[in-house]
Design a binder for this molecule. Structure first.
Ligand SMILES: [Zn+2]
Length: 80
């Protein structure tokens, strides 16, 4: 499960899901389904967003500046 913000430069610990963004990814690996959760805290989600690679790897990408003016509320995205 998630313990801290996905941004390594931040590392804020997750205590309550009050802000930011949570995603869940699922991957089939052999006969098993691997589920991973990622969280970006509210401050980091203003400047960064999740980037999904075709191989299922999740990384961070910096948002264009014009998007960064709105502060997002909690929002949950499920990715399969
Ligand atoms: Zn953060």
């Amino acid at each position: 499960m998630i313990s801290q913000c996905m941004n390594p430069a931040c590392g804020k610990e997750l205590h309550y899901l009050r802000n930011g963004r949570v995603i869940r990814t699922t991957h089939r690996h052999g006969g098993q389904v691997k589920v991973e959760h990622f969280w970006l805290c509210g401050e980091c989600h203003v400047d960064y967003d999740f980037l999904f690679a075709k191989d299922g790897h999740v990384s961070l990408t910096r948002r264009p500046n014009y998007v960064a003016s709105t502060k997002p509320a909690l929002d949950l995205l499920l990715v399969s």
